[in-house]
Design a protein around this ligand. Sequence first.
Ligand code: ZN
Length: 249
Amino acid sequence: MSSDERFLRQIPLIGEEGQEKLKKARILIAGAGGLGSAIATYLAAAGVGYIRIVDVDIVENSNLNRQILYHEPDIGACKVEAAEKTIRALSHDVEVDAICRHIDEKTVRDLVRGTDLIIDGMDNFAARYILNSASLDEKIPFIHGAVNGFYGQVTVILPGITPCLRCIVPTPPTWERNPIIGVTCGVIGCIEATEAFKYLTGTGEILKNRLLLWDGLRGEAESLQIMRYPDCIDCGSSAIEQDVRRFRV
Ligand SMILES: [Zn+2]
């Protein structure tokens, strides 16, 4: 199948130029769990040319309520290797860089470098803060998403311009690793993928300076205006002015 035919239904929305931008895009999906599954599936399907996906876990039976990249035969396999197999079955055109590694202070720089966009598929804020700092230091935009039960949130962080993750969540919330239903990961992962799609193609209005909150129990979403926290320990330093100038160029 030609790529023109594959993307027939989306090119009217973004043009050939937008499709070419997706093809040239290099993204990092940090975490190959419930969020990462939805993000990777939809961005590979959309025609993103390069996906670096990072996770250190193996596939477990208890993952299968939400981690749609994996199937029963994958139980016991390394997640990123199983993820690569699924993504490549979806599209042989996408280059997948599957990295089985912890995301920590020592590894994060190498993991984010060479990418245009970092997308949050993590399940804990300790790792998210590490990605947030790397995003600020390397000037790479960071799409944050998190889930809890029926609830979720998303924002797009542009280093030096918008609030960073630490501005809006200064300390880890108490609800980490609480129960979760699969569709919440699907909803939030798909909103993150939508933001990535818009950012990479220059379409629409990205969720910058806004935090989208999803309440699946009520079937409602709202977006809150958010602001940079002047004393933020990650982005509130004297480096701010320098960062803003760099991004306005
Ligand atoms: Zn901040």
